[in-house]
Design a protein around this ligand. Structure first.
Ligand code: PMP
Ligand code: GLU
Length: 389
């Protein structure tokens, strides 16, 4: 068959690819521990499920507006008010099929063929593919573990080109768990605005910051709504990855363009999930606090264990639920890179991790610690045995 040229721009999503492989092995009866895909182990909180059940019972099953029901867009506005004291109107919000569609919408709507997008690296695996699909060109701005995976304005300065249209700013970061301070965010956002560079802020892990308050660009959006879009969603902090609920906060003209695109591609998200989303955002956030505490505990347990692994360097994550250790000191002619390392760990230790290559850093591998404490510790023990025996 002859496929469209654009398909050559895409590789399969690495996170899903590894997870699928782990699930296949499990189906064959092999006991595999998956630290591959980034999803909370906690169930969706009961009050959110109840709202969905009620919506089903009330037959809330017709088409809704493309950008989502008013009640949910208002709940998103309440979220920004409650968390960041930012005043947004429902016209500034579109509800999307996960954070992923927020990202895809915004890139498709803003990028022209050949536009450069500054991409702090390590990056989340879907960014470069989606940028390329929208006609853009990812310009990698590299940070490494020696700098706790932070970049700053001087790095942006070196990478900027006359065609730079956008910066993608993801804090807390997937895959590194690095969290920028408000001052760091402010400096980078200001730098962009002075150069007419649009900021796409991916804040899907904003509630999973371990020390201090969440950091957001929403205040900047309030001041310069046409220069920034803020992406978020319920997959992580509300333990709802399978519900597929994301949202974008942006200028109403950008929201209109996203709605136009989405209206042809996927229409709106599931009507039932929208009712669940209202319950999540307008309800109690105790469930989020509990989850955050569990991630802090697991991060500390895992860091303590990995600190005993000779040659492995692991920056301490300050948010999200990933570790991104540099394992390159353990590479050998038989295991020369992160893909080979993950294959080895899957076959020998039956633990699934994602190669750092998929995030732009082949020295590292990514582990999600959003699994039960005992499973996490078992996985790390098995990995250590495989690595050093
Ligand atoms: N951004 C980042 C940084 C992520 O890790 C994810 C993980 N899935 C997403 C966006 C998209 O999330 P979802 O589509 O599941 O809401
Ligand atoms: N964001 C998660 C991850 O990085 C979920 C998988 C995906 O959306 O690619 O594992």
């Amino acid at each position: 068959m002859k496929f469209a040229e654009r398909m050559k721009l895409l590789a399969p999503s690495a996170t899903f690819a590894v997870n699928t492989k782990a699930l296949e092995l499990k189906a064959k009866g092999i006991q595999v521990i998956s630290l591959a895909v980034g999803e909370p182990d906690a169930p969706t909180p009961a009050h959110i499920c109840e709202a969905a059940k009620k919506a089903i019972d009330e037959n809330f099953s017709k088409y809704t507006p493309v950008n989502g029901i008013m009640e949910f867009r208002q709940a998103v506005c309440h979220y920004f008010k409650r968390q960041y004291d930012v005043d947004a109107k429902p016209e500034n919000v579109i509800i999307t099929t996960g954070g992923k569609q927020s990202l895809a919408n915004t890139l498709m709507v803003l990028l022209n063929e050949g536009d450069d997008v500054l991409l702090p690296t390590p990056y989340w695996t879907s960014y470069p593919d989606l940028i390329r699909l929208a006609g853009g060109n990812p310009v990698l701005v590299k940070a490494d573990s020696s700098r706790a995976f932070h970049i700053d304005v001087s790095d942006l300065e070196k990478a900027v080109t006359p065609r730079t249209k956008m910066l993608i700013l993801n804090t807390p970061s997937n895959p590194t768990g690095a969290v920028y301070s408000q001052e760091e965010v402010d400096a980078m956002v200001q730098w962009c605005f002075e150069r007419d560079i649009f900021v796409l802020a991916d804040e899907i892990y904003d509630q999973l910051v371990f020390d201090g308050k969440p950091v957001s660009t929403a205040k900047w959006w309030q001041k310069f709504p046409e220069k920034i879009a803020v992406l978020n969603g319920l997959s992580k902090a509300f333990a709802m990855p399978g519900w597929r609920v994301g949202f974008t906060l942006a200028h109403e003209d950008l929201i209109k363009q996203c709605s136009k695109l989405q209206g042809h591609m996927t229409s709106h998200i599931c009507s039932i999930a929208q009712k669940a989303g209202v319950a999540a955002l307008d309800g109690s956030y105790d469930c989020v606090d509990e989850m955050r505490q569990s991630f802090i505990r697991r991060r500390d347990m895992a860091m303590e264990e990995i600190s005993t692994w000779p040659g492995v360097i692991c920056a301490k994550p300050a948010g999200a639920f990933y570790l991104f250790p540099d394992v390159s000191a353990l590479y050998t002619p038989e295991i020369p890179d992160s893909t080979a390392m993950c294959t080895y760990l899957l076959e020998k230790a039956h633990v699934a991790c994602v190669p750092g290559e998929a995030f732009g850093d082949p020295n590292c591998i990514r582990l999600s610690y959003a699994v039960a404490d005992e499973i996490l510790m078992d996985a790390l023990r098995l990995m250590k045995e495989a690595l050093y025996n």
